[in-house]
Ligand binder design. Structure first.
Ligand code: PHE
Length: 452
């Protein structure tokens, strides 16, 4: 089955797939969310749990997700339908595809709002105004302005939709080839600068010293959720990208590469940011404002601060952009397959829905700040429910489907792996038992059923 091409097109090489999937994985999750979450959850111990989740749960599930997409050659729903039929599995597995598409819609609605902050900061830095603003004042001003938040959110949704309209090959493929290396370069420059600041050692200690007393069940759940979010797992983004991958490429190698790039970017972002936090006498637990409050302070003092700052926030926007595309692609591909719509229609309809859901997210920082559900604003609720519940759930279902429902010889064939080899057996065991049990324990632990 996997010899076919998808009706939506195909990446021109394995390398492009790696770039695109890394583009999906590397985004706000790495540069914005990971540092502030590590900051809020006590640093090193959180980082360690996060790395464990990436290695033991994330990589095996990523292989499973790519494999499902490549075998199904369609949107998550269609792929699950096709593979279920060919593996004689119950039809209900298609729900896994729907859970993923729904998660993608929900994530993109708040993701786009945050990407909007990054765009505002491009403007503020480039115009030289940010350098004069007091600590955090710019972000506060933005939060108090629903109009500005909605303007940027709308613009970002337009940018995302345009790429989907043009198709993955023409839009995304060309873009990621230069965006990703540039992003890496910028982060390295920033880290280099951080290394020269007085807070460097303290920042490194914060990130890499393990203080387990700070690590409660909630923080462990957050680390796991972040691993899924950062690798773009459990919602079908990686599945649909896998559907566009040629049949010869090694799924194991590409998965390792993507996870390694993604993790490196998150760690480097942390290494760039925490030294600056300490050098400026700030607190690491600043929350979602961390990148938008702390980095501008550093830029204000650098010789080429305006240039570097503008470049940084532009690249943050680009990184968000390549991720956003992968959030919209699954549902758009499905509309094309299911209703025979043009790509334009299939991109526009879900984009409008996502835009509308983004409105209460943007207003969560001002008009709706006090309208909370279970103690969380609409923005926080979507973030929490998707990362900590929907993605891990989708991931576990992927693991169970590939591990238990599919025939091992189909799985081994798709991976071009000898089903008798030790490495295959270890992987299958991680997928069948370790990943589902670990995710379940973390869930139960967090809701207080178990207390370790
Ligand atoms: N991985 C992206 C990031 O780290 C977010 C994302 C999640 C993208 C799920 C696609 C699917 O920012």
């Amino acid at each position: 089955m996997s010899n076919q091409r998808s009706q939506h097109g195909q990446w021109s090489s394995r390398f492009v797939f790696i770039l695109a999937a890394t583009g999906s994985a590397v985004g706000l999750g790495n540069i914005w969310k990971f540092p502030y979450m590590a900051g809020e959850n006590g640093g090193g111990a959180f980082v360690l749990v996060y790395l464990l989740c990436i290695a033991v749960i994330g990589v095996p599930i990523m292989m499973g997700e790519i494999l499902l997409g490549r075998r199904g050659r369609g949107s998550p729903v269609t792929s699950m339908q096709r593979v279920s039929v060919s593996e004689s599995a119950p039809k209900g597995w298609v729900l896994l595809g729907f859970n993923g598409m729904l998660a993608g819609v929900l994530i993109l609605s708040f993701y786009s709002v945050v990407a909007g902050w990054a765009m505002e900061f491009v403007y503020a830095t480039a115009s030289g105004q940010l350098a004069d603003a007091k600590d955090g004042a710019w972000l506060d001003g933005l939060f108090q302005s629903p109009g500005r938040l909605l303007f940027w959110h709308s613009l970002f949704m337009v940018l995302t939709t345009v790429v989907i309209v043009f198709g993955v090959e023409k839009g995304l493929e060309r873009a990621v080839k230069f965006q990703m290396p540039l992003l890496a370069l910028m982060l390295l420059v920033l880290m280099g600068y951080s290394a020269t600041t007085p807070g460097f050692a303290q920042g490194m200690h914060f990130l890499f010293d393990f203080d387990f007393s700070k690590l409660g069940p909630e923080a462990i759940l957050a680390a796991m959720g972040q691993a899924f979010f950062s690798l773009s797992l459990g919602m079908g983004a990686i599945m649909v990208y896998g559907a566009y991958l040629d049949s010869e490429a090694s799924i194991a190698k590409t998965s390792f590469a993507i996870a390694a790039f993604d993790t490196t970017v998150a760690l480097v972002a942390g290494m760039a940011i925490f030294p600056l936090v300490y050098s400026h006498g700030l607190e690491p637990g600043a929350g979602p404002g961390l990148v938008f409050v702390t980095l501008p302070l550093a830029f204000a003092q650098m010789p080429a601060g305006i240039f570097l700052g503008t470049l940084f926030f532009s690249l943050l926007t680009l990184a968000a952009w390549t991720s956003a595309i992968s959030l919209l692609e699954p549902v758009s591909a499905w509309f094309v397959e299911r209703f025979g719509w043009t790509r334009r229609m299939a991109a526009l309809v879900p984009a409008l829905l996502i835009w509308a859901l983004g409105v209460p997210c943007a207003l969560s920082f001002n008009m709706l700040a006090d309208s909370t559900i279970v103690g969380k604003t609409f923005f926080d609720l979507l973030d929490y429910a998707t990362a900590n519940v929907m993605l891990p759930l989708g991931g576990v279902l992927i693991a169970l489907f590939v591990g238990w429902q599919m025939r091992s010889h189909s799985v081994a064939e798709e991976l071009a792996w000898d089903s008798q080899s030790a490495s295959f057996k270890i992987w299958l065991w991680l997928l069948r038992v370790v990943a589902p049990v670990a995710v379940m324990l973390i869930f139960l632990n967090a809701i207080g059923v178990l207390s370790f």
